[in-house]
Design a protein around this ligand. Sequence first.
Ligand SMILES: *Cc1c(COP(=O)(O)O)cnc(C)c1O
Length: 479
Amino acid sequence: MKYYSTRNEKETYTAAQAMAMGLAPDGGLFVPERIPTVTAAELNALCSMDYRSRAVDIMGRYLEEFSAEELEYFAQHAYAENFDHPDVAPLRFTDDRTAFLELWHGPTCAFKDMALQIMPRLLSRALRKTGEMKTALILVATSGDTGKAALEGFCDVPGVSIGVTYPHGGVSDIQFKQMATQAGSNVHVWGVRGNFDDCQTGVKNVFSDDEFAAKLLDEYSIALSSANSINWGRLLPQVVYYISAYAQLVLDGKVVAGDPIDVCVPTGNFGNILAAYYAKTLFGAPIRKFVCASNVNDVLTRFIATGTYDPGPTFTVTNSPSMDIRKSSNVERLLWAVNDGDGAAVKKLMDDFAATGRYSLSPAATAKLQADFVGAFATPEETEAEMRLLHDHCGYIVDPHTAVATAVARKLGYPKDGLPCVVAATATPYKFPETCLRAFGTDILTDPPASFVAMEKAPITQKQVVDVDGIDAAVRALF
Ligand SMILES: *Cc1c(COP(=O)(O)O)cnc(C)c1O
């Protein structure tokens, strides 16, 4: 199984190397070569498995150096009592064709747990497999939910320490408390006076500082790595739940293995929807359209409509903060796919982006993009109206990010043509009580997760706030 950088298809890496390194040496992202996809018979076989076994089967195909025993052990521990639902990622139907894939039953109540409960185990084993590196410093930029999920996944993992940057004042109160009350000797949290893009750029700058990386490795035997969704170890576990959802639809008699479905994903850094795209393009899951739902930071929606990626001048803080992102890192992997694996073409686009702040796909690549993706955005008001509508008509309370997804699906007429539409439900509404209060007029959230109740009494241990250009110094100060 070979992995390439999106900017150079001539050099190859193993899965363990891809995970240990996070980012390729040329600044590109790791992408796997294509291997034979799952057949209808294999999809049928997945139906009788539980989530853990599905994960082992699916991930094993792209993790050659990991034994089935290793993966089984990881999956048994990653998807266990830490999830409050026996199906791990259950489907909930609000009508015959609309199925919400609830990805928030993990310990931090957002979909990031689906990957970050297993990824630290994969990563620390990958570090051992690649040999030369002894320990790792994981750096993460978060728009709200990744931070806590990564802290939870990595705290107390031996030989790994973790630093998280988040936009100071740009996350919800609960998201802030989740991170600021994090205990553990190997964790560091920094609020940044800037937005998520600033956090991500700051972290990327640390990664591209070769002299600092060499010093860490020589003097401390520490390798820098990332737990953001640019890391292959984050994406692969996310592919699992789309294929698992498909198996569930087969099991529920909604489709016959091989029949097409649509998926709708609320999108920020383009990780979750890319995982859905990989479920189709790498694994063969019969997904017809990927509905990309944005909030008013609608860079991706415009990209899909025009083939031009242009973040524009304004960054808007919305009621779906985990999607307040205008530089979606994982798009580079999509660029690679729609340019048929031509690393030079991707590098040219990224160089254009660095030089001019925008880039445009060729007509052929644009057509390829539009064959699979459609997109639209929802405003904060539309998001809250959608939350009310789902509550009033279906008795279902969704979080604002999930509401962006269904508002967009509704605008574009999904579910469509009688096909089931799977909507990624990415967080519990309890994470966003202020927005719920505004949307519903009264406090209808009555039974908060136990971890949120405990958090109210926990001491704030992580208080540091730094400037954007202070991220580098904050990381260096650890040594
Ligand atoms: C992270 C997040 C998103 C966006 O996911 P991406 O993989 O960044 O596109 C959407 N909703 C919630 C609740 C999130 O935490």
